[in-house]
Design a protein around this ligand. Structure first.
Ligand SMILES: Nc1ncnc2c1ncn2[C@@H]1O[C@H](COP(=O)(O)OP(=O)(O)OP(=O)(O)O)[C@@H](O)[C@H]1O
Length: 260
């Protein structure tokens, strides 16, 4: 596995004559856990879609897992990336296990005539246990809670041991207990899989796992600050990013932000 997992160099992304990303450069290394933070419309999800090989840059270069976007088959590359999208476009009312098993084929719906091997079934069971969704095996997609969906989707992407895990606001819609469970799970996952790198988009500082190592503050499509988390998530930098006085505090490894 390459030491540099993501390498974004001088990237602009323009859509419908709007510059969504403006001269963005960022490097993520193996084992690092990044948070992308910024106000609504800053470009966080757009940046994550570049990391996930979903979109191409208009200018500049993006290397994901050592492969340059635009020069490789994006579908091949996507198979190595665990992208947890809260808007997972699943239409069928699959069970938890069926959803987790779609991670083995890298598809949204189960492939026709495909059947899991014993190993794949075993792995799915292990991951369901690890994510705490083994107890809701009778649950089906259309009636699952947000928390169950989120944890099921994380188990799904781990089916193929992705070296890169991308999480777009994984705590959205979770109650406080479900959020805390998810954060504990993510902290545990990072210990169990030390070579995996993660990038998480969030609006809320209390949603950051303790194991976050780096952060980038984004505003108006530009990266205002990036680097080791404690150097980036400071009161002056966060206040500037959100254009509002915000006091940032870290206690027992967790962050809180209040009106300054
Ligand atoms: N295909 C597109 N064409 C034009 N504008 C787009 C397109 N996709 C996104 N945008 C715009 O780009 C800006 C950045 O969107 P993005 O979803 O990346 O922001 P975000 O930081 O994730 O925001 P939020 O916190 O609200 O989820 C927004 O103003 C959005 O309306």
């Amino acid at each position: 596995m390459p030491d540099v997992v993501l390498d974004v160099d001088a990237v602009d992304l323009v859509r419908e004559q709007r510059t969504l990303l403006d001269d963005v450069s960022l490097t993520v290394r193996r084992g690092e856990h990044w948070a992308l933070i910024g106000p609504n419309g800053a470009g966080k999800s757009t940046l994550l879609s570049l990391f996930g090989a979903v979109t191409h840059p208009t200018r500049g270069t993006v290397h994901v897992l050592g492969r340059q976007l635009g020069r490789v088959d994006m579908r091949d590359l996507r198979r190595d990336i665990g992208f947890v999208n809260p808007r997972h476009p699943l239409r069928s009312d699959l069970s938890v296990e069926e959803i987790v098993l779609t991670g083995a084929t890298g598809t949204i719906e189960p492939l026709p005539r495909w059947a899991p091997t014993d190993d794949e079934r075993h792995r799915a069971q292990q991951l369901m246990k690890m994510l705490g969704v083994d107890v809701v095996t009778s649950a089906h997609w259309l009636t699952m809670s947000q928390g169950e969906r989120g944890r099921t989707l994380i188990a799904r992407v781990l089916m193929h041991d992705p070296p890169l895990l991308l999480l777009d606001e994984p705590s959205t819609g979770l109650d406080v207990a479900a959020r805390e469970q998810l954060l504990t799970t993510l902290d545990g996952l990072r210990e169990t899989l030390p070579d995996t790198s993660t990038v998480m988009v969030t609006h809320h500082f209390e949603e950051l796992p303790r194991t976050t190592t780096h952060a980038a503050l984004i505003r108006g499509g530009r990266i205002m600050a990036s680097g080791p988390v404690d150097e980036v998530l400071t009161t002056p930098q966060v206040s500037e990013c959100f254009d509002h006085p915000i006091r940032v505090e870290r206690t027992n490894g967790r962050w809180a932000a209040t009106a300054g």
